[in-house]
Design a binder for this molecule. Structure first.
Ligand code: SF4
Length: 607
């Protein structure tokens, strides 16, 4: 099939057997690739009620038809599984160089099934596929293991690896690659760990079939040209996602001390230009990227290096913990990466614990002697280690903030900042109704990347509760994740303002199938509804109660910063949900109606 590697690789870890099957053309037709493949395969193949940490759960790694080709940032793949953090759908995107190599090995998806009796790594060198012993790698940090495997196998191998967090069953363990790129959210690394897969090493030499080589060359060149000529290229390349730290601080969206405010009085020392001047050594990009947003940094105080920190990490391990020094934040970033835990969830769990400590709900007896005051850098470093090793107090936080707050009680659930069990990423939403709704309804829990709607809030009025805001969130949710389906980065569209229609001829030339963005949005809507069905199938009583915002955003207006005194009323949050369900074609309880399923071609799938 044009644009595809052509195969799905199934790895049964229990028996050690691997088989390659042709990628079904109807799967490519209806779900296209990446996140679409993952959502479909999860729904069809993981049995209802499967234990996320049991052998029946599958870790599905999929690329899309643009991946590995000369299209800007076309090096993205998606990791899907039943989430050990939320009990619902998990999907996390990975950049870097891994995906292209997977395509060159002729693989569209890897499905990891079962549980290996001993630690292994999956070795793929074109058609040579083996499970190799990983006993000597188990227990080691991600960065050292990636280096070790590259030295052993060759630099041409691309490695995805888990750290002690994934081995030890931290609910939000991540998968690392290229010394600092992560599939971070939802516990995809936890599932890899429970399957006893330490790493995947891949190298391929096969070509990807393309329907119209000259058309592909022209369309690809046109995309690179507009990226290179974009006004936003220079600042984006200089600062990457840290470009928004100052903006978030100024508009009251920068999470501060467990989201109790949206502006941080020490924020200026975390801004992009300060970071660039103080710690950045060089820029770093993913496969085929004309606008490298990755930053490689050196922390002189610690004599260490890290890729990062990017915006989310600065928010969650910086301002949200009351830490104003970029070197400290970068060091915490390095610890999380090497230990293999998601920086967003880790930061959120620690900030919740700090608030509990400052309110007297937790004492030093609970925290293994750590003085968990906001801003205590040494305590943060120690706690990251404890979380990754599930040691003492760290074992409580390793379960995620929803479970930790439920166990702790004493009202601490009210300041556990999460939706559906996933810790909210780094946008404070006291008064930003579209972004709040985006978090409430996101298909994996409170994550920003499906619908980054906060700029729209500022554009049309942040407290507006109107159908057009809801429509904007739905449009973003259907459209933005399609980049994860196609296997390309969305940031050239978001940050450089590249016309999305330029991707249409490229996709057509590569696959031989013409799809407009309207066609793609319909596929996005199909995937969105399928994942909603998955949540409902796996969780009795699933619906509106699962879409509620963290109480802080309707109960406690910030005392400081530009959003001081501002919140979204609870009734307004419910009105937003009502409008959302109606516009999506869902029942008032938040489930797709039979008509909606039929319109999207999903009725037979759930029959
Ligand atoms: Fe990777 Fe950033 Fe380039 Fe996107 S913009 S492909 S995330 S380096």
């Amino acid at each position: 099939m044009n644009g595809y590697g052509g195969n799905i690789l199934r790895v049964n870890l229990t028996t050690g057997k691997t088989i390659k099957e042709p990628t079904p053309p109807e799967l490519a037709r209806d779900f296209i690739g990446g996140r679409g493949f993952g959502a479909y395969l999860l729904f069809k193949e993981v049995p209802q009620g499967a234990d996320p940490l049991g052998p029946e759960n599958k870790l599905i790694i999929s690329s899309g038809p643009l991946a590995g080709l000369m299209i800007p940032g076309a090096g993205k793949c998606d990791f899907t599984c039943k989430s050990p953090l939320t009990g619902g759908y998990a999907s996390s995107s990975l950049g870097g160089m891994f995906t292209a190599e997977l395509k060159y090995a002729g693989i569209d998806s890897i499905i990891l099934d079962g549980i290996s009796p001993k630690p292994v790594y999956l070795f793929i060198d074109d058609d040579k596929i083996e499970l190799r012993d990983a006993a000597s790698l188990w227990g080691k940090g991600t960065i050292g293991v990636e280096k070790e495997l590259k030295e052993k196998l060759g630099e041409e191998f691309q490695i995805a690896v888990i750290g002690p967090g994934g081995e030890n069953g931290v609910s939000y363990a991540c998968i690392n690659h290229d010394y600092g790129r992560e599939a971070g959210r939802g516990g995809v690394g936890t599932v890899m760990g429970v399957k006893k897969v330490k790493a995947i090493a891949v190298h391929g030499t096969q070509s990807i079939p393309v329907a119209d080589v000259e058309g592909y060359r022209k369309a690809g060149m046109a995309l690179f040209k507009v990226c290179k000529e974009a006004d936003g290229l220079k600042p984006w390349q200089d600062y990457g996602t840290t470009i928004v730290v100052s903006w978030c601080d100024e508009v009251g969206a920068l999470p501060t001390r467990n989201f109790s405010a949206g502006s941080f009085e020490g924020g200026k020392t975390l801004y992009g230009p300060v970071m660039r001047e103080q710690i950045v050594i060089t820029d770093k990009g993913c496969f085929g990227c004309p606008s490298p947003c990755g930053k490689y940094s050196r922390m002189k105080r610690y004599n260490t290096n890290v890729e990062g920190p990017e915006y989310e990490t600065i928010g969650m391990l910086g301002s949200n913990l009351g830490i104003p020094d970029i070197q400290d934040v970068a060091q915490a970033n390095l610890l999380c990466d090497d230990l293999g835990v998601d920086t967003i969830s880790t930061g959120a769990c620690i900030s919740w614990a700090m608030e509990c400590y400052e309110k007297g709900i937790l004492t030093m007896q609970d925290t293994d002697g750590l003085e968990l005051k906001f801003g205590n850098v040494e305590a943060v470093f120690k706690l990251i280690e404890k979380i990754a090793r599930r040691e003492g107090f760290g074992a409580l936080l390793a379960q995620g903030v929803k479970k930790a707050s439920k166990k702790t009680g004493q009202g601490s659930e009210k300041f556990a900042i999460q939706v559906k069990g996933m810790e909210q990423s780094a946008y404070a939403t006291h008064n930003a109704t579209a972004m709040l709704l985006a978090y409430m309804t996101c298909d994996v829990g409170a994550h920003h990347n499906r619908a980054w709607a906060i700029t729209y809030d500022l554009q049309v009025g942040r407290d507006l509760v109107k159908p057009e805001k809801v429509a904007r969130v739905i449009w973003l949710q259907n459209f933005r994740p399609m980049f994860d389906v196609l296997g390309a980065c969305r940031l050239q569209w978001v940050e450089l303002g590249i016309d999305r229609d330029l991707y249409v001829p490229a996709l057509e030339a590569i696959t031989g199938v013409r799809r407009t963005w309207e066609d793609l949005e319909k596929v996005g809507e199909r995937i969105w509804n399928l994942t909603r069905l998955y949540w409902a199938r796996e969780n009795a009583g699933f619906g509106r109660e699962w879409d509620q915002p963290a109480p802080r955003f309707y109960l406690e207006p910030p005392k400081t910063g530009v959003t001081a005194g501002q919140i979204t009323k609870y009734e307004d949050a419910q009105k937003l949900l009502d409008m959302y369900y109606e516009q999506r074609g869902w029942t008032p309880a938040g489930l797709p109606t039979p008509e909606t399923l039929s319109r999207l071609g999903l009725a037979s799938l759930v029959a």
